[in-house]
Design a protein around this ligand. Structure first.
Ligand code: GDP
Length: 540
């Protein structure tokens, strides 16, 4: 940041807009409290009337997801949007992610567009599988992670054990910013270790409305008097332990994603949420530089640039169109501005630009690095594309997950074939599922490939509701796919040892790959053909 301010090519106005932005996502296992926490954040942001819409989306899914019957039937959130609100002069962009593991690829893409994450853990359960998986994605990106241990009003696991679990399971150092005073029925607040403040929890008033009480450290007599003797003993033992053997608060380590600040609380009771949010705004980074090859793209440089991390068609039945979500990385976005779609070299005018709030759209006239705008009306956008004023800029590709489920999708009515092909093409472009093609298939019928089988249901449900095309799903017995080196041909594979059932295919970008019927075939092939490298991602 400091070097940026010194550079003459950076605009101070842009810099101050960048500095007040925080762009993040919440990661958690389903039911840990992500929706509840999101809603409370919005309350703090003054987006009160809108906060209800998040709950409404969950409780009355019929209204929120009528474009997507599947969400209603399965009780899952498939779509994800962006919530922007202001709080304490900060502009907060909270990017929503679908919770179900079958949509982890979608979540992954959203995580490429954030600068930090809040990890919500259920205090009674600790780290669950989905949290761990999403955490790994954040770790790869090296973004800071703030932890909220939720549901302290319920019987919780030993807080020291929870801290230890973060260290052990995630290999992430953890610093408890506040520490719980009891749990479940005995939960009576938290002690802020940085400010030496006690925030008391009052069950009757749905959380704390009283001002926090200042104490002189954990050994203060007023704190001793506040708690019952057993609880006080336990608390002071725990604090002693943390002070002695626990991690120390180290901001550079937090920013590197090596240390997570931990907050205890209860989202449903709106307790501890303000402490988390305040600390988050204070310590989480604003948008930072992007390194693209030799170039350093600074968020406050005048040249606009951004990348598409999500494409969502037909988000709202009122607007049957495709919305490309762009994360702005530099410069100022202005409606009607001209940019270059750097993959094709085409010049575009960005006139139909929207800000999203849940399912609501609002025209956006200007936006800055860290913000997300939705652009409508450009059919050839793909996930990972760059829009910039510099024609040579191409942000890094967004890698895809290696699929584990494969299916054919047949149109059940010849009268609907055209709609089926058109719909499927669009959904494939949107990246709802991946596709592979048999080498001898002249019609180029796609074999659909997904990380989780629910993705197929999304394709089917959307083809029916949005394109009027009914389909029949035929799950195949393939269990794995591996990419081959670029130059691989049928001839070059002729000498390979091939157990039966392996099929040579191409992906949508014509990259060669092999489909395997089971893990045994994959293992056998790998052992018998040590000179043929297989990869879980397409060759570059
Ligand atoms: P999500 O699936 O992660 O979005 O979780 P939700 O926010 O929908 O929460 C799951 C359930 O846990 C809901 O029934 C919430 O009311 C409940 N819940 C969330 N936070 C708390 C909390 O602090 N205390 C208690 N007791 N329940 C909570």
């Amino acid at each position: 940041m400091s070097s940026a301010a010194a550079s003459p090519s950076l605009s101070p106005k842009l810099q101050s807009e960048v500095n007040r932005r925080r762009t993040f996502a919440i990661i958690s296992h389903p039911d840990a409290g992500k929706t509840t926490l999101t809603e409370k954040f919005l309350l703090y942001g003054g987006a009160l009337q809108l906060a209800g819409s998040v709950t409404a989306r969950k409780s009355q899914r019929a209204t929120a997801s009528d474009w997507m019957e599947l969400e209603k039937k399965r009780g899952i959130s498939v779509s994800s949007t962006v919530l922007q609100f202001e709080y304490h002069d900060c502009v907060i962009n909270l990017l929503d992610t679908p919770g179900h593991k079958d949509f982890s690829e979608d979540t992954y893409r959203v995580l490429t567009a954030v600068d930090a994450a809040v990890m919500v853990i259920d205090a009674g359960k600790g780290i669950e599988s989905q949290t761990q998986k999403l955490f790994e994605v954040c770790r790869q990106r090296g973004i800071p992670i703030f932890t909220f241990i939720n549901k302290m009003d319920r019987p919780a696991r030993d807080p020291l054990e929870l801290m230890d679990e973060i260290e052990r399971v995630l290999s992430l150092h953890a610093y408890a910013v506040n520490w719980p005073l009891g749990d479940g029925k005995a939960f009576c607040g938290v002690f802020d270790r940085i400010d030496s403040l006690v925030h008391t929890y009052e069950r009757t008033s749905h959380g704390s409305s009283r001002a926090p009480v200042a104490v002189h450290g954990a050994k203060d007599d007023s704190l001793r008097n506040m708690l019952d003797p057993d609880l006080y003993q336990r608390f002071s033992d725990e604090i002693e332990m943390l002070d002695g053997a626990g991690a120390t608060f180290d901001l550079p380590q937090i920013l590197d994603g090596e240390l997570t600040p931990v907050f205890f609380g209860s989202a449903a009771n709106n307790f501890g949420v303000d402490m988390l949010l305040d600390a988050f705004l204070k310590y989480a980074p604003p948008p930072s530089d992007h390194q693209v090859g030799e170039k350093t793209i600074h968020p406050a440089q005048p040249d606009f640039s951004g990348f598409i991390f999500k494409i969502q068609a037909n988000l709202d039945p009122k607007h049957r169109d495709r919305l490309a979500f762009i994360r702005i990385c530099s410069g100022k976005f202005e409606r009607d501005m001209n940019v270059i779609h750097t993959r094709t070299g085409r010049k575009l005018r960005l006139s139909s630009s929207h800000k999203l709030f849940g399912r609501e759209r609002e025209t956006v006239d200007e936006a800055y690095a860290g913000d997300v705008v939705g652009i409508v009306g450009h059919g050839d956008f793909q996930i990972g594309d760059t829009l910039a004023q510099d024609p040579d800029l191409q942000y890094q590709e967004i890698p895809r997950f290696c699929p584990e489920h494969f299916a054919w999708l047949h149109s059940t009515s010849s009268a609907q074939t055209k709609r089926y092909r058109e719909g499927l093409d669009q959904l494939l472009q949107e990246g709802v599922v991946q596709s592979f093609y048999m080498r001898d298939n002249a019609q180029r019928l796609p074999l659909l490939a997904a990380v989780g089988p629910l993705q197929f249901e999304v394709v089917q449900a959307r083809l029916e509701s949005e394109y009027g095309a009914e389909t029949r799903l035929e799950i195949t017995s393939y269990e794995a796919v591996r990419w081959l080196p670029k130059e691989t041909t049928v001839a070059s594979l002729s000498t390979a040892v091939m157990p039966s059932g392996i099929t040579f295919v191409s992906d949508a970008a014509d990259q060669p790959a092999l489909l395997f019927p089971d893990s045994w075939a994959l293992k056998y092939f790998t052992e018998k053909n040590p000179t043929i490298p297989l990869s879980t991602s397409p060759p570059k």
